[in-house]
Design a binder for this molecule. Sequence first.
Ligand SMILES: NC(=O)c1ccc[n+]([C@@H]2O[C@H](COP(=O)([O-])OP(=O)(O)OC[C@H]3O[C@@H](n4cnc5c(N)ncnc54)[C@H](OP(=O)(O)O)[C@@H]3O)[C@@H](O)[C@H]2O)c1
Length: 281
Amino acid sequence: MTDKQVWLVTGAGRGLGIDIAKAALAAGHAVVATARKAKSITAALGEHDDLLAAALDVTDPAAAEAAVQAAVERFGHLDVLVNNAGSFQAGFFEEMTPDAFRSQIESTLFGPVNVTRAVLPQMRAQRSGLVVTVSSTAGIAADGDFLTAYAASKFGVEGFMEALATEVAPFGIRTMSVEPGFFRTQLLTPESTNFAEPSIDDYADRTKATIEGWQSMNGKQGGDPAKLARALVQLAALASPPVRFAAGADAVGVVENKAKVLLDQAEAYRELSSSLAHDDA
Ligand SMILES: NC(=O)c1ccc[n+]([C@@H]2O[C@H](COP(=O)([O-])OP(=O)(O)OC[C@H]3O[C@@H](n4cnc5c(N)ncnc54)[C@H](OP(=O)(O)O)[C@@H]3O)[C@@H](O)[C@H]2O)c1
């Protein structure tokens, strides 16, 4: 049993997950780095006494349980889960196949659900733990074209994390949602982004322009994933990590704007909204 803090990170073979695993190791923690292809972990992170590489497709609940079991067998406990794995099904809702939409929900909503379900018995037995889920600014405001499936999954995961927080707080377990703005990872490469096949003339011009827009952003995103990874390590060390963390100046702007929009929406029909009770209530 190690006396180090033990992290389990999903999607640690590419992108932000590699940086999170590196930052946790650099901070002196033990890391269970997981990826669909376990080989990609060793290629990215090398060998390390405090590193366990495990295969995990987050859409597979049995694989999630096996990864948690391997983590506890190797290190004796599990302190921080980072639900990081993700992909992007991009396209206008009407042009996206039902399978593509569903696969987004499977990976970025049910993925975190599966892995969180697998870690909670261990964290509850320990009476401690932190579940971090990398959401998105698209989990706060679904602003722009091509985001219906992605935003549906990220709004879903925001609700999941927020509701879970109160259920598990009595056991010393906390949750933290992280909303990155644009970070320079591989998310916008063809390995992670799948564009819906154009099929409806009414959308054709916007489809072309939107695909060009997303593709032109690839490699130019402002956010540095290594800095975000170090920030997460810093936040996880706090006695009370934040329930929500806006990652990037752009993300702070999105959260602030959404807060104003929600206040305006509550105010706009205050009288009508407030007039819906039974007369005797
Ligand atoms: N980069 C941004 O600007 C940004 C902004 C907001 C939110 N995010 C979120 O940040 C998280 C990390 O993404 P990233 O930016 O690092 O993207 P990335 O570079 O494309 O990496 C995505 C990672 O997720 C893994 N993955 C995808 N589906 C998986 C599955 N079913 N099971 C296990 N692993 C899976 C990929 O592994 P494979 O190699 O096996 O495909 C890859 O390691 C995601 O949740 C994403 O939605 C990113």
